[in-house]
Design a protein around this ligand. Structure first.
Ligand code: EPU
Length: 331
């Protein structure tokens, strides 16, 4: 236990009244039994999707350091793993690629930890982590263990039951994933195919490296420029609205969702509002990917909120579409 700084990739200086880290379920249960976790409390991962509005969090911040990747079942086709919530997500992806297990490679280099992957339903390049999740083990604030099956997790685009306020009392301890031993690559999203060299066989390590290259080109390294990845979700609009927009912007990119809805890239709209690369005080819209807001140095949470509001307003004025933060705002 310590009076500590909360790690966050925006590079904001934020202190918690109490910071509790635990390496095992027993250690967490011990904190709970001793009554050390009182409201308000907040469970964090690597802080790669959080925006702290204030410079202090007046409560308890919990962070899992539970490690381990254990095979629980396998056959010729598939392998199931139980992975500690405190494992770095990309270490898990790298391990799967090294073992020649398919499924996680498109999610290479996503910042954050395993526990948060199951809360946030991280996704990229046509894959969402819900496609791999078999079960989510939790311990609640009263020390009760509960395992959630995928159907109970209400997975949707960057969303799950664990994001609901009343579910913040469940702390993820382990996530169970299922990977495939049989070749199963998803290469149809965006520019993946175009970026793969066409003179060599497409292997798992090559796909991982290609995804890493695309991400490194567009997304700023938080160690250099504070950021939390995509700041906004891509909004879904009705087909009617999409048709109107296409008439005005025939080159507009979009993704099919279902019979009624289409997803429009918020980054494209922000760029068309003229915000790409622009700053408001010490916060700015990234110059290579307009969906990302960055801390130019010394920004406060309030500076980033001010920029985010200005960007949302600009998109609303120009396109008549509301965009919403993907990043979780913490009071
Ligand atoms: N675009 C622009 N200008 C920009 C940014 C994007 O015109 O400044 C256009 C691109 O040219 C492309 C389209 O918008 O036609 C989509 O861009 P991109 O493929 O870069 O993806 P995105 O919509 O910006 C989403 C995810 C990312 C994920 C990528 C790839 C969300 C909120 N973001 O971004 O996830 O890596 O697709 O699958 O869904 C994250 O969640 O933190 C994240 C980085």
């Amino acid at each position: 236990m310590m009076d500590g700084w909360i790690h966050n990739t925006f590079g904001l200086q934020v202190q918690a009244a109490q910071l509790l880290e635990y390496r095992t379920e027993a250690e967490l249960l011990d904190y709970l039994a001793k009554g050390m976790v009182k409201a308000p409390f907040l469970h964090v991962g690597a802080g790669s999707n959080l925006l702290f509005i204030n410079e202090r969090y007046e409560g308890t911040v919990l962070h899992s350091q539970i490690k381990g990747m254990e095979v629980t079942a396998e056959n010729d086709q598939e392998v199931c793993l139980r992975v500690g919530a405190g494992e770095v997500w990309d270490d898990f992806v790298a391990y799967c690629v090294q073992q020649n297990w398919y499924g996680a490679e498109n999610l290479s280099l996503i910042p954050g930890e395993v526990g948060a992957s199951a809360v946030q339903n991280i996704g990229a390049y046509g894959v969402e982590v819900k496609d791999l999740i078999m079960a989510v083990e939790t311990i609640d604030v009263n020390g009760q263990k509960r395992v959630f099956q995928p159907a109970e997790c209400a997975y949707a685009y960057r969303d799950s039951i664990f994001k609901r306020p009343e579910m913040k009392r469940y702390f993820v301890t382990y996530v169970h994933y299922r990977l495939s031993k049989v070749e199963h690559l998803k290469l149809d999203y965006g520019t993946i195919r175009k970026e793969l060299p066409d003179d060599v066989p497409v292997t798992l390590p090559l796909v991982r490296q290609t995804i890493i290259n695309i991400r490194q080109r567009k997304l700023p390294d938080p160690k250099v420029l504070g950021n939390a990845g995509s700041f906004f979700t891509n909004p879904m609009v009705s087909r009617e609205k999409w048709q109107q927009l296409l008439a005005a912007y025939p080159d507009m990119p979009y993704y099919e969702v279902d019979a009624a809805r289409v997803k429009i890239p918020a980054g494209w709209m922000i760029e068309h509002c003229g915000w790409k690369g622009k700053a408001l005080g010490p916060a700015a819209v990234h110059d290579k990917q307009a969906l990302v807001l960055v801390n130019l140095g010394g920004a406060s949470g309030a500076d980033i909120v001010a920029l985010s509001e200005a960007v949302c307003q600009a998109v609303l004025n120009k396109f008549g579409i509301e965009i919403h933060p993907e990043v979780n705002f913490i009071e």
